[in-house]
Design a protein around this ligand. Structure first.
Ligand code: F6R
Length: 606
């Protein structure tokens, strides 16, 4: 949700901002803008639309500035116009903002009585005026930030330029991510690492309420009480190559192909003597022994991973699992008891609702395990135990490899928990070996890319589509449907195959595309009869099944047959096929695959 950048140093600030914003565009792409110190003044240049519109507006000029801030926007308050674009300037303060100021209307009324006038509809412009009003009083940028923090409610990461301190960039965060990075030319503030990986891997993570001041290679930090802070510098493990397309046409395509590697990187370090072991991650041995119930909370794709996790953990470890949309959980006053634990799943580690769910669990004394991809993110830091997935940077807005590694974590946790609950070692070993085997089969699904892509091409003019399945196939149907809607804009619904006849089947007419998932041997006869029901009403059925399962070709119009594995492990193969369908449907429909409309990668607002 919006990407921010700040730079002070020897390089051209304009070029640093544009490079960083290009790498942050996945966080939002409604508009972009920069503010640059030029001589004694700050120049603000911004444009509605993609970064290319800003580049055009900037032309060849502005190369001399050595300090500036930049922003790429996912609109929350106010439509995506030039005026609502960031940076915003009020008095002697210019800033870029990621987050939402919840009490902005109240602040606006108060600031208007002080003579401030606002041109945009944004909450961010109010924040600029608030900081300016504090700056007028104290004359100190640091104190102004501290005083403004007392008044601001909601979430924010700001990069700020103060008239009176040319060449200096300030930053502060609460609830939205911000890092500071340094190279031998100067310093950077950024929403996340991919923004600066082209310059440096050396960075600092800012905690809640922390403030940073950067001037050239000098960076100083303060805590929320404005006491000086010494912070540990971290070297990022992610490289620039990982954050680039590397010869693929789309990030999503690259990330789909990275899945075998990501799965190995995530699973292999967690195996000891053929069994899952999380002691190196800090999870105490026997963690699940006394756990009576697990609560999983997440959003979107991560939520659908949670549903797969529920099936796996309940089946193998016999621990009841409740799965919640984080956005609903936080307002439903869940019933939580003793000997329960929570699992929060999040690629970005910054999703506002998932973070709020984590905080709710902690307030209620429930220990929280986080499964997170972005190192040092808020969820990773606030959880009691963080189990990192090693997918590497995921840039495409639609999640692919991050989902697969989250699902792999669910298998590992299910096997681990089963051990704590007394399931025999031989059974756990065999599950672990099966997990490794299915990972080794993932490249075979990638080899089916063209065949799957040909089916997807038939969806070019589709208006509406149904995904159906039972059991684990139903959880995967939801993920497949989300991916398709998200990037191809085809209306799509996922249905438990047995539920269709309770209403939805009335939507099936001649030629309606239905993708039926049938990888669960024990449910196959039931699923096949549900498929026949839709086929009898004219549906055009693609059946996605597995080698060795007895399906008769008259049940479908087309078939994709995945390598044979036990149905428990089918999700890791199935999801790749579904991702390829969504990607190719989006390509033939001319959609912007990596940056679908209205979306952003990291959802740091409610
Ligand atoms: C869909 C997608 C989203 C995210 C969701 C949660 O492809 O990417 O549904 O899964 O916004 O994001 P994280 O995992 O960062 O918490």
């Amino acid at each position: 949700m919006c990407g921010i950048i700040g730079y002070s140093g020897e390089r051209s600030a304009c070029s640093v901002c544009l490079t960083a914003l290009a790498n942050l565009e996945y966080r939002g792409y409604d508009s972009a803008g920069v503010a640059l110190w030029e001589g004694d003044t700050v120049q603000v240049i911004k444009a509605q639309g993609r970064l290319s519109c800003l580049r055009e507006r900037l032309g060849q000029g502005h190369g001399a500035s050595r300090c500036g801030i930049g922003h790429t926007r996912w609109a929350t308050h106010g439509s995506p116009t030039d005026i609502n674009s960031h940076p915003h300037r009020q008095g002697r303060v210019t800033l870029v903002h990621n987050g939402i100021i919840e009490n902005y209307l109240e602040l606006r009324a108060e600031l208007e009585t002080l003579g401030y006038r606002f041109v945009s509809e944004t909450d961010s412009e109010i924040a600029a005026a608030l900081i300016d009003s504090c700056y007028v009083r104290s004359g100190s940028p640091l104190e102004a930030i501290g005083a403004a923090m007392e008044r601001l409610e909601g979430s924010y990461a700001f990069a700020i330029l103060f008239d009176g301190e040319p060449g200096v960039v300030y930053g502060v965060r609460k609830g939205s991510p911000l890092i500071a990075a340094v190279d031998d030319t100067g310093c950077f503030l950024a929403s996340d690492l991919p923004a600066v990986l082209g310059y440096t891997r050396e960075h600092y993570l800012l905690g809640e309420g922390e403030v940073v001041r950067g001037e050239g290679t000098q960076v100083c930090f303060w805590d929320r009480e404005l006491r000086p802070l010494s912070k540990k510098r971290i070297t990022a493990e992610w490289s620039m190559e990982e954050a680039q397309k590397g010869g693929y046409d789309y990030f999503m395509l690259k990330e789909i192909h990275e899945q075998p590697r990501a799965l190995r990187d995530t699973v292999l370090p967690r195996l000891r003597d053929g069994l899952p072991d999380f002691t190196a991650d800090g999870l105490p041995e026997g963690f699940f022994r006394n756990i009576r119930k697990l609560n999983i909370a997440a959003c979107g794709t991560a939520l659908y991973c949670g549903m797969v996790g529920k099936a796996l953990i309940e089946r193998l470890a016999r621990i009841p699992v409740e799965v919640d949309m984080a956005s609903e959980l936080r307002y439903r006053n869940p019933i939580l008891g003793e000997n329960e634990a929570a699992v929060i799943i999040s690629q970005s580690g910054e999703t506002a609702d998932s973070l709020a769910a984590l905080r709710l669990f902690k307030e209620r004394g429930i220990p929280v395990i986080a499964i997170v991809n972005v190192v040092g993110s808020s969820i990773a830091r606030e959880a009691d135990y963080c189990l990192y997935t090693y997918a590497g940077p995921e840039i495409a807005v639609a999640s692919t490899k991050a989902y697969s590694v989250q699902v792999a974590m669910m298998y590992l946790l299910a096997i681990l928990a089963a051990g704590d609950k007394g399931v025999e070692e031989a059974a756990r070993r065999s599950e672990t070996a099966d997990l490794l085997r299915v990972i080794s089969l993932t490249p075979r699904v990638l080899e089916m890319y063209d065949q799957i892509g040909r089916y997807a091409a038939t969806l070019r003019d589709a208006h509406s589509l149904f995904y159906i399945g039972r059991g684990l196939d139903y959880s995967l149907a939801m993920e497949g449907a989300l991916k398709l809607k998200e990037i191809s804009y085809i209306h799509c619904e996922a249905y438990a195959a047995g539920e269709l006849k309770h209403g939805t089947i009335s939507l099936i007419t001649e030629g309606t595309p239905v993708i039926a998932l049938a990888t669960q041997a024990d449910l196959l006869p039931k699923t096949l009869s549900n498929i026949r029901e839709v086929k009898a009403r004219g549906a055009r059925v693609l059946l996605v099944t597995m080698e060795g399962l007895p399906v008769d070709d008259t049940a479908c119009d087309e078939k994709i047959v995945l390598p044979a594995v036990d149905g428990r492990f089918a999700p890791l193969l199935l999801v790749i096929a579904l991702q390829i369908i969504a990607l190719n449907a989006a390509i033939v429909r001319g959609c912007d695959v990596d940056k679908p409309r209205n979306l952003a990668k990291s959802v740091t607002v409610e």
